[in-house]
Design a protein around this ligand. Structure first.
Ligand SMILES: O=C(O)CCC(=O)C(=O)O
Length: 262
């Protein structure tokens, strides 16, 4: 799938946007599933976390409007519509294979919901912080827009080239309306080199786990939603100090297991 110039661009910039990767008919079941879960028409699958936005706790968002109250659903590996439909999608995995090779594990997944009227900012951070194995180059994130994502509704923001740096120290930013677990890279701030990735429905960005990225406030009247998965090569090995670190299930979605791998 990956043309040499796309490979080069990913190596130089740390991300690659693929336009029109999914069409609206592909995306509709994932958005519907999200609404079915948060509006309690179906129970969340085993292990799934349905995370409320901090604005609910602060009384800004009406908890009676569930789709407005939920910041994300996480760990959907037991939900066949989301996991089989998105995380195991053959075309998505073809691209992932181009970045990290043929033996692929799904290591994390989520559907992020940024409702109107919430802050929803995610400070610039590096996802490698959450993964107890290496090498970093054998890990890639996918992030697919479920609606048009733009500067006004808090699209993804990246800092090109930062994947060539080290894993930085991360801290709780102590912003007034920061959601739980939204840590930021210490001392990076808004970063003048940041670029807003305006994406249309179905566009997908692939990015390196050391790339600084985040997102802004949703200032629009609509929802900003995206579905995202992280993958790692089954060849990756645990950092010695992290061997007994509790982690999510890492599930083989293509290729083969590796002896001594994750
Ligand atoms: O979708 C967003 O707003 C940012 C998501 C993100 O960077 C993350 O959850 O690590």
């Amino acid at each position: 799938m990956l043309a040499p110039e796309q490979q080069q661009s990913y190596e130089d910039q740390g991300f690659l946007v693929v336009r029109g990767m999914f069409n609206p008919a592909d995306l509709a079941p994932w958005s519907e599933r999200f609404l079915d879960i948060v509006e309690e028409r179906i129970p969340p699958a085993k292990d799934m976390t349905v995370m409320r936005d901090v604005m609910v706790v602060k009384g800004v968002v009406d908890p009676e409007t569930p789709s407005a109250a939920i910041a994300k659903i996480q760990d959907f590996h037991n939900d066949e519509v989301l996991f089989d439909g998105y995380a195991k999608h053959p075309s998505l995995l073809d691209w992932v294979e181009g970045f990290i090779g043929p033996d692929i594990k799904s290591i994390h997944n989520m559907l992020i919901n940024k409702p109107p009227g919430v802050d929803g900012r995610h400070p610039l951070h590096q996802d490698l912080l959450y993964f107890p194995f290496r090498p970093a180059d054998k890990v890639v994130a996918t992030w697919t827009a479920l609606e048009p994502c733009n500067k006004e509704n808090g699209c993804l923001v990246v800092v090109p080239g930062t994947h060539k740096g080290e894993l930085l120290k991360h801290v709780n930013m102590n912003w007034e309306h920061q959601n739980m677990g939204y840590f930021g890279a210490d001392g990076v701030g808004a970063h003048e080199g940041r670029v807003h990735l305006e994406m249309d429905t179905g566009d997908t960005v692939f990015f390196h786990p050391l790339l600084l990225h985040g997102s802004g406030i949703n200032k629009s009247q609509g929802f900003r939603r995206a579905i995202s998965c992280h993958y790692a090569s089954a060849e990756c090995t645990y950092l010695p100090e992290m061997l007994n670190f509790p982690h999510r299930p890492y599930l083989l979605v293509r290729g083969n297991e590796h002896d001594g791998g994750i």
